[in-house]
Design a protein. Structure first.
Lengths: 192, 192
DNA sequence: ATAACTCGTTCACTTAAGTTAAGAAATACG
DNA sequence: CGTATTTCTTAACTTAAGTGAACGAGTTAT
């Protein structure tokens, strides 16, 4: 499990064994049951997450309806808006599956930063990379239909469709669950 | 015009007069005519932009059709994907209006960085801020209908609708120009 | 000045998504 | 084990977006 974390970090900076041990001594690892809510709307939080195993999702509740906007799975890092904003959260975060993740708060990060300047470099690289990735995702979303989005997702994250309830997937694609069912039936028809 | 740049920078770090002069000596300012293409699909580029006056847009050409995904206006900064990726650009950038902007390339940024560590701090803060802003925009896009998106845009960037051709605005909203016309007529009906 | 083009709008028609409702299948729970 | 609940699918109907075509207004080019 720890290897997953270090494998991720090694994409951005290389750590000595001392540095690795320093990180391990922070005791960041947590096990969370399916259905657990990590963050609620209106809450203030300092916690960032890194998913080692399992799946967590971000969703809003708008007019009483859940609107899922993101799924984070193995090797995905998530810093909620409210941590950057220092404002109450506008959304919920909860576990789709039993999940193992690291939880780190701002104080810890400041402490790591002061001991290991490398860490700051990693954060800069990471947020630059995420910015570009997200911009590409957004562009793809804007320029394609729900059906294309679904086919796209099948290619890019083939596992996700199996792991996640359809109604959550539907709202992630910007449509209603009924439309997703219909759309899938339509695709099968075309193929067969 | 220079004040606009320093006003922007002052949101992230404070500069001494010496530092300001060092930036001015780089001769970053450019005037560009409406319609000029700053970046083409397939091109490699190192240039980042900051809009002082005017408007530039990002668009893809997919199946021969322009798909506009972003407009940048006064005080907006833009680093194209290809600068981070070091891969050929997937999209075009061109001027919607006569525009004044700063153009800086990676080499310059590295040089500024080595002389003013402040500058690196600014970049980190900026990309964190942009990441959150963009995530919120994406979430809003996913969770709303074209009509809601249009009304939203009217509120958030009221000037933009006047400054930009309707067909570009339509594809920015994820719909066809005809649908935008219809949608606007529908809204007027409801009001009147 | 006229022809060619671009741009925005409108219309009729097609296609796909939203809505409401019902029922089957899977899951959770006492 | 069976009951309740959630999840997924199907269907009929409504609403909105896509498509293709036509038109007028404004722009550009020759």
């Amino acid at each position: 499990m720890q290897n997953t974390l270090f494998e991720f970090i090694s994409k951005y900076v290389s750590l000595t064994d001392d540095e690795k041990n320093a990180i391990l001594s922070l005791d960041l690892f947590r096990s969370v049951k399916k259905g657990t809510t990590l963050l609620k709307e209106g809450q203030k939080s300092q916690d960032s997450y890194f998913v080692l195993k399992g799946c967590i999702r971000v969703y809003y509740i708008i007019d009483g309806e859940e609107k899922t906007t993101a799924f984070y799975t193995e090797m995905d890092a998530l810093t909620p808006h409210c941590v950057i904003n220092k404002a109450p959260s506008e959304y919920f975060i909860s576990c789709v599956e039993d999940t193992i993740l690291t939880v780190s708060n701002s104080d810890m990060e400041i402490e790591i930063n002061s001991n290991f300047p490398k860490f700051e470099t990693m954060c800069r690289k990471l947020s630059e990379e995420l910015l570009v990735k997200q911009q590409i995702d957004f562009d793809e979303f804007k320029t394609s239909s729900p059906e294309q989005r679904y086919l796209n997702l099948l290619q890019k994250r083939p596992g996700l469709i199996q792991r996640v309830p359809q109604h959550q997937l539907a709202s992630y694609l910007g449509i209603k669950p009924q439309s997703l069912s219909r759309l899938r039936a339509r695709i099968l028809e075309k193929k067969g």
